[in-house]
Design a binder for this molecule. Sequence first.
Ligand SMILES: Cc1ncc(COP(=O)(O)O)c(C=O)c1O
Length: 229
Amino acid sequence: MSADASQRIRQDVQSMHAYAIQDAAGMVKLDAMENPYGLPPALQAALGARLGALALNRYPGPRVNDLRTALAAYADMPEGFDLMLGNGSDELISLLALACDVPGASILAPLPGFVMYAMSAQLQGLAFHGVPLTADFELDLPAMLAAIAAHRPAIVYLAYPNNPTANLWDDAAIEAIIEAQGAQGGLVVMDEAYQPFASKTWLTRIRQAPERHGHVLLMRTLWGCGWAT
Ligand SMILES: Cc1ncc(COP(=O)(O)O)c(C=O)c1O
C-alpha cells in the first residue's frame, strides 16, 4: 500500500497481527470445531440441486425467519427468548461491540481466552479488561467481581468451554458473575462455540431460571452460523 494511502488507516489497526492459524497437517483436527468428515455423495448431490435452484440473485427476505424458527426448535429455545443469526460468531461478537459502543463502555473477559473479544473491543475503540485465570485455569471469582465492580463493563464474555484452556467453569462462579453483571446493567455472553465437545450447556440453567437470564446471551456456532438468545 502506498505511504499516502496507509496514512488513512488507523495506526493501531496497522499494528494488529493476523489471526494465527496453526498448521494441523498430519493431525486429527478438532481445534477449530470443524467436522472432520465430508458430506456423503448423495447429500452433496441433493444440496447442489437445492442450492442451484435458489434465487441467489435476490436478497433472502423474510425466509431467514424460517431458518430462525427451525434453529429455535432444534435448540429447544426457551419461551420468551429470541435468536439472532450471524455470519459466524465472530460477526455477532463484532456487532455486540458496535451495539454497546457508548462513551465509557468496555468489554471484560478472563484471560487466556478467545482473541476476538479483545480484538472486537479494540477495533470498535472500546476498552478491554482481561482478568487472569488462576494457576489451574479456573475463574478467579474475586478478581472477576472486583473488575466488574470497578469497570462496570457492557459485556462479560465467558467461553463455555473456554478456548484455549478447554475447561468448563464452576456453576456457582458463573451464577455470581451473571448476578453481578445484571445488578450493574451489563450483559453476559455465554459463548458455547465448543459446546458439542462438552458434557454441559448453560441452556439448562437458562431453562431452569429464565427470569435470571434476561441479560444473558448464549452463542453457538454451526458451520459458520452463530445464534444467540
Ligand atoms: C470461543 C469461540 N467463540 C467464537 C468463535 C468464532 O466462531 P465462528 O467460526 O462461528 O465465527 C471461536 C472460533 O474459534 C471460538 O473459539
